[in-house]
Structures are given as structure tokens and as C-alpha cells.
Design a protein around this ligand. Structure first.
Ligand SMILES: Nc1ncnc2c1ncn2[C@@H]1O[C@H](COP(=O)(O)OP(=O)(O)OP(=O)(O)O)[C@@H](O)[C@H]1O
Length: 532
């Protein structure tokens, strides 16, 4: 058994502070115990604040075995086997008798009325007869049972902690380690389960920040106990440390695969998913799922209204008196050859460039109120550079933080958006490992961070093969429908506009071209220069 750090109890007479229900014979400050046997750590016995000398290790081991099996006869043969598992000496039985009689004498000195604690001989067996509560291991089990029956989480936590404080180290720490491991395996398992149950209660009580340190140590000590890992992940997630929760999962998963050839169990995988999704069921007092609602005022007729918009770069007129309008919830595809002015249009509407002439409004907000417009739009400028050293979830969470969300909220939103664009499986991977399609999806998710009511996407499918482009268009359409958002996107491909049944706006050398409506395509209002 490996040695582990344990909490030390402050009081040398462990259990003196424990409730009287566990000590039916108590009535004195030390619980009324004549002798207090301690097996949870180095084997010790105490009497009235004094440590009793129990003799050499083999003698202490004998007492420990009798105390573990208190009030149960143990045959001398069994005591010999336990004391000398391999080749006992010919004098083994005699040695047991001698040591037992020494222990008897030691205990008798402290046991003046001769009844409370005795080592009795029963045929060819010995039995330690005493109140089981004289032994810390039995007090521990009793406290754990009490904790399980506790009427609320506060009581449970307090009882579990008292039980766990009885542990000073591995049971029978200084005697016959292999045999001690066998004898105490159940106790050790009960300790770990009690610890998990205690931490569950503490998490329910909202003590997630307080238990992170302890859980981090425990996960390092017991890497295959998935319940502890789940608790650590939950505690980190609730503390707004979602990336660390996912990192802990990833590290543990790799270790399990490498060392055991096993994947984490389903519950843990579901938890990882729920953290990525920002699932409100992980919250303490969970608010309902946050469903973004369209934020356009009901009275707004046009989500985008462009009037005689002009943008010049020196001699070049990139946009030449462009006018058009897009209704709330509509999707419009801006088509045009290279240099037609598509990017300039997106950049002007996205307030990245000032118009040279004309005006526009987003959801009724005029172009000179840039900050208000930026709060309404989701902008994907092309080509968007994404920092390759960050993971997908980190990128989105930092965008969300930048947009003003708190840490926890930002993390949740990042998880939800990653799920929305189908990036859950690569959320924790660095962007440098993403292919073009994954980067485009992440770009879309980035544009959705502010829960926009108008999406301005410059060539969102750039560089994708037709199938991947269609998948991305599906996502754009879905995101727009779900939010009731309006979309203006640019492309070189008329087929993409048709694919999402969008209206088209054709730009030709900065001029919006008039075109006729086609069957089945609903048109929005078109100004004298606009085309759909
Ligand atoms: N910052 C700038 N400085 C000078 N000229 C510019 C600038 N930005 C754009 N232009 C010019 O404005 C015109 C329209 O460019 P824009 O990038 O908007 O076209 P586009 O339709 O997006 O082209 P592409 O499909 O190749 O991206 C082009 O002639 C371009 O050279």
C-alpha cells in the first residue's frame, strides 16, 4: 500500500468530539473509552490522553487484527497465518500466546474494573471484547452510515468529514503491509466512496470552488476513479474554469487509453459533452436553457436598408450608389466577380469602413451609430485569421469574454456554439490542426457570439468543396432560422445562393444590377438601384 497524504485530526483522542449517539457508554470528555484503538494510520492505542506502549510491530499487528474483528473469535492458527504468511517458525503458536498475554497485561493496567475491554480466550481462539466504538475503524464506519442517513446535505457533509478525519494514513500503516492491505481493502474502499459521497454533498451545497484543490490531488492519486474526475470537472465548470475541466478530461482519457486501453465510461463522456454544450443541467440552481430570440424591434420593416451607398478608394469606386433593402429574417446572397465590391459592401455595413457617400441602417439604427450597429451584427470578414495556438473552445470563449460576458457565461456560450456548428469533437483541439471546413465553421460560430440579429458573412464558404460548402450553408440557414436572424453573405457561386433559396444581389464593378424575380423566390423591396 502506498503512503498517501491524509488529514490529521487536531484532537489526540480522536472521536472525543463526535456525537454521543455513536458512544452509547460515553459520559466523560474522552467519550468514556478506557482505551482508544487507532488502526487508521500507524497502529496506536490511547488511554486518557496517554499513548500506550503496544510493544514490537508483530504484537501491535496482533492487536490490530483483534481490533478489526472486535468481538469475533479468531483462531490461533489464523493469527499465525496472518502474522507469518510465509513459513511460520516452529514456535509460532507459542509466540502468539506470549504476545497476547503481554497485550492483556498492557490493557489490564488501563482497565481497572476489568470489564470494559478484555482479550478473552475462547477454546483455541482469542477475542477482543469491547465496545466497537473503542476502535477508530468501527467509528469510521458508523459515522459513514450516519452520514448516509443524514437529513440534509449540510449534516451529511459534516458527518462524512468527521469520519474522514479519523484517517491519519493507510490503515495499519506500520505493520505487515501486504496482509494489512488484504485485511483493510474494504475499509479503504469505504473511505474513497465516503469521500466521493461527501464531495457530492459539497457540490450540491455550492462548495465547488472550495473542493477544487482536494479533488485535483485526489484525481492525481486515483487516476482511474472516474467519479472523482467527474466531480473535479463539475467543480471547475461551475467555477467558470471550463477549459480546465475539459483539459482534465482529456488528460485522464489519454492516460486511460494508454495504460488500460479503455475509453472513459459513458457518464464521463456525457459530462464532457454537457460541459461543452454549457448544459444548464450542470448548474446548481439551473436556469432554463437560454434560447436566443430575435432582437429586432417588432416595428422594424427592414433589417438592412442601404441608400445610395458609395465607397471610393482614391480613383477606384468600389461601391457606386448601391441601394437595396433586406427584410427581417431574410437571407440574401451577394454575387459578383472578383473586384465587384462584395467585400467592401460587407466591410462598410460592418462599420469597418466609413461610406464615402449615401447611408445605410441596420435594424433602423443609422450608420453613424456604429457601436449600436456592432451590438446587433455578427460579422465574418474574409479571410478571417484564427489564432492557431488556441483551441476552438478557447477562441470562442475569449470572443465571448471580449463581447462582455462573464467567464462562466462565456464558457457556456462557447460550448453551445461549438455544438451548434458541429465542432464538439474538436473543441479542445488547436485550430492549427483544423482543416478548411472546420475553420469555416469556427468562423461562423465566432460571428454568432453576440447572438446577432443580422449576420454579415464575407465569402463564408471560401475554399470549400461543394459538399462542404453546402454543409456550411445548411448551418448558416439553421442559425438564422433559430435566431430569426437576417443574413447577407457574399459568394462567387450562384449555386450557393440557389441552394439556400436566398434572394440574390448582383454587384458589377460596384454597381447593384437589376434582375427579375424568379418563380418560387420571394422578393424583398428593391430600390431603383437594387437587384434581386
Ligand atoms: N483598401 C483598398 N484600397 C484600394 N482599393 C481597394 C481597397 N479595397 C478594395 N479596393 C478595390 O475596390 C474594388 C472592390 O474590391 P472588393 O474587395 O470589395 O471586391 P470583391 O468583390 O470583394 O472582390 P473579391 O471577390 O476578389 O474579394 C476592387 O477594385 C479593389 O481593388
Amino acid at each position: 500500500m502506498t503512503s498517501r497524504p491524509f488529514r490529521q485530526t487536531a484532537d489526540p483522542i480522536v472521536g472525543a468530539a463526535i456525537g454521543s449517539r455513536l458512544f452509547p457508554f460515553s459520559g466523560k470528555p474522552d467519550g468514556g473509552r478506557v482505551v482508544d484503538f487507532r488502526l487508521l494510520g500507524v497502529v496506536e492505542a490511547w488511554s486518557r490522553h496517554e499513548r500506550i506502549d503496544l510493544g514490537p510491530p508483530k504484537q501491535r499487528f496482533l492487536l490490530a487484527v483483534l481490533a478489526l474483528k472486535i468481538n469475533q473469535p479468531i483462531s490461533v492458527d489464523r493469527l499465525v497465518d496472518l502474522t507469518w504468511p510465509i513459513s511460520p517458525p516452529p514456535t509460532a503458536q507459542h509466540a502468539i500466546h506470549v504476545r497476547i498475554s503481554k497485550l492483556r497485561a498492557t490493557i489490564a493496567k488501563r482497565n481497572r474494573d476489568g470489564r470494559a475491554i478484555e482479550i478473552l480466550t475462547k477454546g483455541s481462539a482469542y477475542v477482543l471484547q469491547a465496545d466497537p466504538m473503542c476502535v477508530d475503524a468501527h467509528r469510521f464506519r458508523a459515522l459513514v452510515a450516519d452520514a448516509r442517513a443524514g437529513k440534509n446535505d449540510t449534516d451529511k457533509m459534516s458527518l462524512y468529514r468527521r469520519a474522514l478525519e479519523l484517517w491519519r494514513g493507510p490503515p495499519l500503516a506500520d505493520v505487515a503491509s501486504e496482509i494489512a492491505d488484504q485485511l483493510c481493502a474494504g475499509l479503504e474502499e469505504t473511505r474513497l466512496i465516503a469521500l466521493e459521497e461527501c464531495l457530492d454533498a459539497e457540490l450540491r451545497l455550492g462548495r465547488h470552488r472550495i473542493v477544487i484543490d482536494e479533488l485535483t490531488e485526489l484525481v492525481a492519486q486515483y487516476p482511474y476513479r472516474q467519479q472523482l474526475l467527474a466531480q473535479l470537472m463539475l467543480a471547475l465548470h461551475r467555477s467558470g474554469r471550463g477549459p480546465e475541466a475539459l483539459h482534465a478530461y482529456k488528460t485522464a482519457r489519454l492516460r486511460m487509453i494508454e495504460e488500460l486501453g479503455l475509453e472513459p465510461d459513458m457518464a464521463l463522456r456525457r459530462l464532457e459533452h454537457a460541459i461543452l454544450l454549457g448544459d444548464p443541467c450542470l448548474d446548481l440552481a439551473g436556469p432554463g436553457p437560454r434560447v436566443p430570440a430575435p432582437r429586432l424591434p417588432a416595428q422594424v420593416e427592414a433589417a438592412i436598408e442601404v441608400d445610395q451607398l458609395t465607397r471610393r478608394f482614391g480613383e477606384v469606386t468600389a461601391l457606386d450608389q448601391v441601394s437595396f433593402a433586406v427584410a427581417p429574417g431574410e437571407i440574401v446572397g451577394v454575387l459578383g466577380a472578383p473586384g465587384a465590391g462584395k467585400t467592401t459592401l460587407i466591410r462598410v455595413l460592418g462599420t469597418l469602413l466609413a461610406p464615402t457617400g449615401g447611408s445605410f441602417a441596420i435594424a433602423g439604427v443609422p450608420s453613424h451609430r456604429g457601436a449600436e450597429i456592432r451590438a446587433l451584427i455578427g460579422l465574418l470578414p474574409a479571410p478571417a485569421d484564427q489564432p492557431g495556438h488556441l483551441t476552438g473552445v478557447e477562441t470562442l470563449a475569449s470572443c465571448a469574454r471580449f463581447s462582455g460576458l462573464g467567464r462562466t457565461e462565456a464558457w457556456r456560450l462557447a460550448g453551445r456554439l461549438l455544438a451548434e456548428v458541429g465542432l464538439v469533437d474538436v473543441a479542445g483541439s488547436r485550430i492549427s490542426a483544423y482543416d478548411r471546413e472546420l475553420r469555416c465553421r469556427l468562423g461562423l460560430a465566432t460571428a454568432l457570439v453576440r447572438e446577432p440579429s443580422v449576420l454579415l458573412l464575407d465569402e463564408p464558404t471560401s475554399g470549400l468543396n461543394p459538399l462542404a460548402a453546402n454543409r456550411l450553408l445548411d448551418l448558416i440557414q439553421q442559425a438564422a432560422t433559430w435566431r430569426g436572424a437576417t443574413v447577407l453573405f457574399t459568394t462567387w457561386e450562384p449555386a450557393e445562393v440557389a441552394y439556400v433559396r436566398a434572394r440574390q444581389l448582383i454587384l458589377d464593378r460596384g454597381v447593384a444590377q437589376r434582375c427579375e424575380p424568379r418563380d418560387g423566390v420571394t422578393l424583398a423591396r428593391v430600390s431603383s438601384h437594387g437587384c434581386c
